[in-house]
Design a protein around this ligand. Sequence first.
Ligand code: GLC
Length: 441
Amino acid sequence: METNNNQLLKYCRNVLDENRRGDYTIPSGKIYPHQWLWDSCFTAIGLRHYDVARAQRELESLLRGQWDNGMLPNMIFAPDFRYCLERTFWNSSGAVNATKSIATSCITQPPMLAEAVVSVGQKLSQHDRQLWYRKMLPPLISHHKWLYAEREPNNRGLAVQIHPYESGMDNTPTWISELLKYHHPWWRPIYKYLPLDFLINLLRRDIKPGNKLTRINNFDSLLYIDILWRFRRRQYDIKKILSHDRFLVEDLAFNCILIKANRHLVAIAKEINRALPEELLAGMKRTETALDELWDNQTQSYYPRSFKQNKLIKETTIAGLLPLYSGAISQKRAKLLVGKLLDPQNFGANYPVPSVALNSKWFREKRYWQGPTWINSNWLIIQGLRDYGFDLEADNLTKTSLELVAQHGSNEYFSPITGAPVGAKNFSWTAALTIDLLESE
Ligand code: GLC
């Protein structure tokens, strides 16, 4: 594998070229053939260093999928005939607010767009940046207004997520533990007697012989599909979903990213002398205040909250470190989180940062979001460390992240114990964020 930085940069650019599909970049050839929301944002953050026009197009192309109500879907489907089953399953045309020009999923993902817009803006001249901001601010405002209008019931301050895919960390233990508690379709008790595994494996693009333990299991993913099916039957009507479902989470990672995105929105508007709507500013304030409700004094940690039960979900996952990225916590708490990051019982693995704490009963070295190290969450933590002045820790995490990719390639995720590459090869956000980390060194 490539050793020096120039070779690594070249290798990463090649990955992004290989995954390029015209104006946008897919996460990885075989498994992820569509455009994903936060993937494209991370990709643009890397692209900006050597092709700022392509980075702009990457983000603009996300707007193709924006719904009339401002929602940004987590997936915009590739038009190929091969994927017609997925498009038909979601049936976005059945949703009142969906864009009619292109097939999309009907749920969202963490709101990374504002961060990506600002990152790309940093690479433009003042004149071009202002033009860029003028173009991107209206869709950003409409996206954030949608988040507050539809996802912040009762003005509680935190955005509610309706499906684990919305967290971007599909099978993270906080969501899976809620799922197992609150989602009981009729077929659940008899699932183990049904010979479904063979059939499901055939349908899943991510399952190959020998990799079952590195992916979300079939039972959980069937429950996920079941939930989506119910959404579809309700034509994705958020009022009905919020009033009927018990499986709703105020996700910690999502809300930390929202807080940071809100701050970016304010900065963008200020630079081009635009005012943000008053009700949006009020919502932003509520979110910053409400973050404190996710703090648990006893364990000195932040957790997501189960929306209907109004209870913290006390599983120790990578999301617990993301308040660092939000920038909205005190220096004292930031220091406590850094302590957990470095603690060998907690997140201080050989190849940090594991997506679940090493001492959690949920920890699985190679299973997707239940243990492996991901470069995008490392990147978010590095930004937070720098913000709070933990430069040494940020440098160390940058170094170990770059080593992983230099030694093993641009994989989707890695074992935090041995550094072994897992998941899809040639994964776009790993390559893009490696470029960003190299260029920011
Ligand atoms: C998986 C990940 C999600 C990502 C998507 C495409 O669903 O959990 O975060 O956006 O793959 O890469």
